[in-house]
Design a protein. Structure first.
Length: 196
């Protein structure tokens, strides 16, 4: 049988006790850090955001334009609900004016789309070359649409450098601001006339 001198036994016991205490202390300090790292960081969005306002009616697509949009997207056989909200953006680096964006939330299509942009200090001018039908088709084919089924991640931080993803807090904020100050448009179902 192996015998350990009394002094060595005391040193070994002290070393084991210190190792156990160190491991417990490390686990106790690592646990909150791990929880903080895994907890989603929330971007604070104000409930009443002064950057959002009721849109200028001249900027909101008319009913004929929305009919053309829905016909082009082959979504006219159901009731469709839209909400339009205007967002003012402060000037950024190298930008002295800032701009105003018009957003369209299409509930049944599960999309958020930027419709038009106007520089601060300027007035919105629709393109005189576009009739409502052509404007609706152009809107239907435009890029920059956010797909709410595939393009939303849990947090704004999860977006990273992506150009097609958005965070769930941002989406919730857009819906809240649209409900607060947006303009709602309901489009009843209709049978689209095929274009030649």
């Amino acid at each position: 049988m192996l015998t350990v001198p009394r002094r060595a036994r005391a040193t070994l016991a002290l070393a084991l006790a210190l190792a156990a205490a160190f491991t417990a202390a490390a686990a106790a300090t690592a646990e909150p850090a791990a929880q903080a790292a895994s907890a989603p960081v929330r971007t604070p969005y104000p409930a009443i955001d002064p950057a959002f306002s009721r849109p200028d009616t001249r900027r909101v697509p008319g009913r004929e334009t929305l009919r053309s949009y829905l016909a082009t997207r082959e979504s006219s056989l159901q009731l469709n609900n839209f909400c339009f909200v205007q967002q003012s953006l402060d000037p950024g680096p190298g930008d002295e004016q800032g701009e105003s964006l018009l957003w369209m939330i299409w509930r049944e299509g599960a999309t958020i789309q930027r419709i038009n942009v106007v520089r601060h200090g300027q007035s919105y001018r629709p393109d005189p070359a576009l009739d409502p039908v052509t404007e609706g088709q152009a809107l239907a084919y435009a890029t920059g649409r956010i797909n709410l089924k595939t393009g939303v991640v849990p947090t704004d931080e999860d977006v990273g450098t992506s150009t097609f993803l958005v965070g769930r807090p941002w989406v919730n904020h857009m819906f809240a601001q649209c409900k607060r100050v947006g303009t709602s448009v309901r489009m009843p179902a209709f049978r689209a006339v095929p274009t030649r």
